[in-house]
Design a protein around this ligand. Structure first.
Ligand code: NA7
Length: 541
């Protein structure tokens, strides 16, 4: 299938899709290289995740000192985060400030959705069409479309019949939503649902939370940052920049507790207590790696967290049964940070529906009907039901590679990439935050996105310096990467737990751990080796 020929054509060296954390930096790097490059963004502003996710309570849970760009020390020092875990409005402001400082917006086309991208074998270039009626002819296509950018909006039958307001958290209206005194439903208790619930609990009239899978949580400690605090982080700029690239998950903490077997139960408990009190993801990503491999260790750590949760739920048997996980291990899927989430359920105006016992059947004009026939009436339904993660951003676009192969069709059978940055059969297509790299989930996003952008840029520069016009991973290298990815994943307990990490939240999605779990440092070492050896896993012509 070819793109329509009668649309106006823009000819580029490189087209970047997306103007979030990765897209902004990619645009900067390719522009710096002297390429004629343009970024295309569906939103009306920069920010990606931080443009779309405006729901109440949205914030990141990487510390501000490492959720940063590392290419400009002065820029790092000039921005002053207000707290350790800033909320969405501040992060959106920050990304706008970065884009303005780098003068990036003049090369970003907003309000533009790329509908198709076809590799033209005659010209060896990409042919893109936009929904707005434009064609783009580019040598390189770099997809910086985010790993959580394809929201699952059509989740329940009857959604359009609802007479109140129905909202997916990732498509929250810019003007906000007045929830004061309203009867509000929240469906979903993932990281997003938790942020929503704890934030709106004091504003709504009545709130009913539809809980299916309960979550382990860690209370967030979120102190304000003064100018002096930030100056202190600024002094550590070079050290942090190096460190985040080599730790397990791209944070400044790492698994540095002594081996589990060498400690007494009391000593283990002391480590867990210390990390719990840190109020960050360190309990998950820098405590005992053994919890990812050993069921017995996993159970001890899980029980530690359950105990904390029971205390906060005042040992209410029904709430504990509903809200404390028992059938999967702590950290085998995303652990949300929270602040007052569990306490919401102790309020008189907060009610629950146990979707394990009475699943949601459909949305009706008045509200939500559950399998027992009950209709729960609402004014507003908030769907915090997640995303087609990792692969969804790419499969929403009609991407066709060599021989007309369709990425959507291929990934319906099996999701595969070479190091998460290229795909065999799709020459000169690069991507960030895609499956089989740590950026698909298990990384502080700014760390891994920047490293991927740097790798992509260096790869393009290398090929050009060699006089090559086309780069594509070999089938053998991609096979080897997939095998390495699976082997690493299958040693862990993560593959046993259902969640978006495994693609199991989307019906029919092939099961595979989306994120590379061999560690960020290890991943970067392998990427660096490919580059240092002249990209032996990639064919250039
Ligand atoms: P998640 O983590 O995928 O959470 C989605 C939630 O929605 C989860 O609790 C689901 O329960 C629930 N859900 C989905 N479908 C249903 C139905 N049909 N009935 C009841 N409950 C349902 O998405 P988030 O947006 O919270 O977080 C995604 C990532 O964004 C997060 O990990 C951070 O990295 C940022 P289930 O677990 O399927 O039983």
């Amino acid at each position: 299938m070819n793109a329509p020929r009668d649309l106006p054509v823009t000819r580029l060296d490189a087209a970047v899709i997306g103007a979030g954390v990765a897209g902004l930096y990619q645009l900067h790097r390719l522009r710096e290289m002297g390429l004629n490059v343009r970024a295309y963004e569906t939103g009306s502003g920069v920010g990606g995740t931080w443009y779309w996710n405006r729901y109440p309570g949205a914030r990141f849970d990487s510390q501000a000192e490492i959720y940063q760009y590392w290419f400009d020390e002065a820029m790092y020092k000039a921005w002053q985060p207000s707290e350790r875990f800033p909320a969405q409005p501040e992060t959106e402001r920050w990304l706008n400030w970065v884009a303005d400082r780098m003068d990036l917006k003049k090369d970003i086309q907003f309000d533009t959705r790329i509908d198709s991208a076809h590799f033209n074998e005659a010209t060896q270039r990409w042919d893109l069409t936009t929904r707005q009626g434009e064609r783009i002819d580019a040598q390189y296509l770099v997809c910086c479309m985010g790993m959580l950018s394809a929201p699952l909006t059509d989740r329940f039958p009857g959604q359009s019949s609802f007479q109140g307001q129905i909202l997916h958290t990732a498509l929250w209206p810019q003007e906000g939503v007045d929830l004061k005194g309203k009867r509000v439903a929240v469906i979903g208790t993932g990281a997003t649902g938790i942020q929503v619930i704890q934030t709106i609990k004091g504003e709504v009239g009545e709130m009913t939370v539809f809980v299916r899978t309960p979550q382990y949580i860690i209370p967030m400690r979120n102190p304000k940052y003064s100018a002096a605090d930030w100056a202190g982080w600024g002094e550590r700029f070079h050290e942090l920049k190096q460190r985040v690239r080599s730790t397990f998950a791209g944070f400044d903490y790492d698994f540095d507790a002594p081996p589990w077997d060498t400690l007494t139960p009391a000593e283990r408990e002391a480590v867990l207590e210390r990390l719990w009190d840190d109020g960050s993801l360190s309990l998950w990503l820098s405590s005992f790696p053994e919890m990812f491999f050993d069921e017995a260790v996993s159970e001890v750590v899980s029980e530690f967290v359950r105990r904390k949760m029971r205390d906060r739920l005042q040992h209410d048997p029904a709430l504990c049964e509903l809200l404390i996980p028992t059938d999967y291990g702590f950290g085998t899927h995303r652990v949300p940070l929270e602040n007052g989430y569990l306490e919401a359920y102790l309020q008189d105006n907060v009610h629950t529906v146990n979707c394990r016992q009475t699943p949601i059947e459909r949305i009706v004009p008045e509200g939500i009907q559950t399998a027992d026939g009950t209709v729960h009436p609402f004014d507003v339904i908030i769907m915090a039901v997640g995303f087609d993660a990792g692969s969804g951003a790419l499969t929403r676009v009609d991407i066709r590679g060599r021989g007309g192969r369709s990425l959507k069709e291929e990934w319906q059978r099996e999701i595969r990439t070479a190091m998460g940055m290229q795909i065999h059969g799709y020459p000169n297509l690069f991507s960030t935050a895609s499956p089989l790299a740590p950026t698909a989930a298990l990384c502080n996003m700014t760390t891994c996105l920047q490293a991927q952008v740097d790798w992509v840029t260096d790869c393009i520069a290398y090929a050009r310096a060699q006089g090559k016009t086309v780069i594509e991973p070999t089938r053998e290298f991609e096979d080897a990467w997939v095998a390495h990815h699976d082997e690493t994943a299958n040693q862990t307990l993560v593959v046993k737990t259902d969640s978006w990490y495994m693609g199991s939240n989307v019906e029919g999605k092939p099961r595979r751990l989306l994120s590379y779990i061999g560690g960020v440092g290890n991943y970067h070492r392998q990427c660096d080796e490919q580059a240092a050896q002249g990209y032996p896993g990639f064919a250039m012509r």
